[in-house]
Design a protein around this ligand. Structure first.
Ligand code: PLP
Length: 409
C-alpha cells in the first residue's frame, strides 16, 4: 500500500471512494445516493472557488482564532530530561477544540446548499458545542445527537450547546456513547436530507464526510508548518508529531502537511484509548488489532466480534470512545507511514497531572493520551529531538471526571 506524493491524502481514494483499495467507500442506503452526490459536487466546486476560500479563511482567522499557539513546554522538557517537548495549543481555538474547523466549514457549505437546518453527532460534546456555535453564527437551526452516557459525563459542553440554542437529542440505544449518536444522526438525516445538512464530527462516515472534515482540520498543520519555519528557520530534522486518535480528525489535521516527509525526519504517532488497565475493553482498533468491518457507511478497522457485531468500547475519554476509525488512518497504518499505539485511562490521568503540574496548560483527557506517549518516549531521546503534541482540547469539559478520579488516586 503506497502513499502518493504531492496529492492531499483526502484525494488519494479510488473512484469508489476507497483508500488503498479497501478503506472507506460509501455503504449507504439508496435514498442517500442523490443527497451525497449533490454534496460531492457542491464541495468539489466550493474547494476550488476563490471567494469561498477567502470567506473560509476570514472566518478561520477572525472567528476561530487561527493560528493557535505553538509553544515550548520548557518545564516539562527539563523535568523529563530528553527530547524537547512542544505543544500546538489547538484548544486556544474558539470553543476550546479543533472541532470548530469542521463545524465552521460544514455551516458554510450548508448555507451554500440553501439548507436551514443542520444536524450533527458528538461524543465529548466538542463537535456538538462547535456545531451549535457555528449554527448560531450562520443562522441555522441545529440538532445534536449525543449518547445518554456522554450527556452525563460531559455536562459543561451540553450546557454550552443549549445556550447556543441547539436541541440535544439523547440517544439511549446500545452503549449510549458516540457510536450510537452517529448511527442515530445518520438515521435522522436519511429521512430529512431534503431540508437538512449533516455534519459528521470526525473523519469518518461515507467518503465525502471524511474529505470535508480532513480538508477543514488540515488548517492545523498549515499553521504548524509556518510556525516551525518561523521558530527554526526550516523544518527541523528529527520531529515526532504525537496526536490522540478517536475518529482521527485532529490527527489528520495535525499531520496532513507532513505526510510527504520521510518518516526518519517526521514521525507520525497516533495514540488511541487503551481503556482502564484492568479492563479488556478499549477503543483502540488500530493498535490493539481489530479487523476490517463496516461502520457508519465506510470500511475501516473496527472493534468487532468474529460475527461482525460491534464490540462495546470503554475509555475515560468520551471523545476517543469509538469502535471505528478514519479510513485514512487505516491507510496510513497499512502503508506504515504512521505508527499507532495506545494509552490507558490511568496513563492519561497521570499525564494530565504531570502536564498541569509543570505547565500553564489544561489539556482535556483526549490529548492527555498523546501526552502520555510523549512522556513515555521523551527521556529516551536526545535533546535535539523535537516532540510536538497536539493539545487539541481543553479540560474544562472534564472537570467532573477529573474531580472524581484524581480524588481517588
Ligand atoms: C478534544 C478532542 N480531542 C480528540 C477527539 C477525538 O476525535 P478525533 O480523533 O476525530 O479528533 C475529540 C472528540 O470528541 C475531542 O473532543
Amino acid at each position: 500500500m503506497k502513499i502518493k506524493k504531492k496529492i492531499p491524502l483526502i484525494d488519494q481514494h479510488d473512484k469508489n471512494g476507497f483508500w488503498g483499495g479497501k478503506f472507506g467507500g460509501n455503504y449507504i442506503p439508496e435514498t442517500l445516493k442523490k443527497p451525497i452526490e449533490d454534496l460531492e459536487i457542491l464541495f468539489g466546486k466550493l474547494r476550488r472557488d476563490r471567494k469561498f476560500i477567502i470567506d473560509r479563511d476570514k472566518y478561520f482567522k477572525n472567528w476561530v482564532g487561527s493560528p493557535t499557539r505553538f509553544i515550548k513546554l520548557e518545564n516539562l522538557t527539563k523535568n523529563l530530561g530528553g527530547a524537547q517537548i512542544w505543544a500546538k495549543v489547538v484548544s486556544d481555538a474558539n470553543g476550546g477544540a479543533h472541532k470548530i474547523y469542521n463545524a465552521t466549514v460544514h455551516c458554510l457549505i450548508a448555507k451554500k446548499a440553501g439548507k436551514k437546518f443542520i444536524v450533527g453527532d458528538t461524543g465529548a460534546g466538542y463537535a456538538g458545542k462547535m456545531l451549535s456555535m457555528a449554527a448560531k453564527k450562520f443562522g441555522l437551526r441545529c440538532k445534536i445527537f449525543m449518547g445518554a452516557k456522554d450527556i452525563k459525563r460531559q455536562k459543561p459542553n451540553c450546557d454550552a450547546m443549549k445556550k447556543n440554542g441547539a436541541e440535544i437529542v439523547p440517544v439511549y440505544s446500545g452503549s449510549q456513547t458516540l457510536v450510537d449518536a452517529v448511527s442515530e444522526c445518520m438515521r435522522y438525516w436519511v429521512s430529512n436530507c431534503d431540508t437538512t445538512h449533516m455534519c459528521v464530527g470526525s473523519t469518518v462516515g461515507p467518503n465525502i464526510f471524511v474529505k470535508i472534515c480532513g480538508w477543514s482540520t488540515a488548517q492545523i498543520s498549515k499553521e504548524l508548518k509556518l510556525q516551525l519555519k518561523e521558530k527554526f528557520k526550516k523544518i527541523p530534522k528529527k520531529i515526532k508529531l504525537i496526536n490522540c486518535v478517536g475518529g482521527g480528525s485532529s490527527a489528520y489535521g495535525f499531520w496532513s502537511e507532513f505526510i510527504d516527509y520521510k518518516k526518519s525526519q517526521i514521525e507520525l504517532i497516533g495514540v488511541e484509548a487503551g481503556g482502564p488497565k484492568k479492563s479488556k475493553l478499549h477503543a483502540a482498533p488500530l493498535s490493539k488489532g481489530a479487523s476490517l468491518g463496516i461502520l457508519h457507511g465506510a470500511a475501516s478497522y473496527v472493534c468487532q466480534t468474529k460475527e461482525g457485531q460491534i464490540n462495546e468500547t470503554e475509555s475515560i475519554s468520551a471523545g476517543l470512545d469509538y469502535p471505528g476509525v478514519s479510513p485514512m488512518h487505516c491507510f496510513l497504518k497499512d502503508s506504515k507511514r504512521a505508527r499507532y499505539t495506545f494509552a490507558s485511562d490511568e496513563e492519561a490521568l497521570s499525564a494530565y497531572q504531570l502536564v498541569t503540574k509543570y505547565e500553564k496548560l489544561n489539556p482535556s483527557l483526549e490529548p492527555c493520551h498523546a501526552f502520555a506517549e510523549a512522556i513515555k518516549i521523551a527521556p529516551r531521546l536526545s535533546k535535539n529531538s523535537i516532540i510536538i503534541v497536539n493539545s487539541c482540547g481543553d479540560a474544562k469539559k472534564d472537570r467532573d471526571i477529573l474531580k472524581n478520579r484524581l480524588k481517588k488516586t
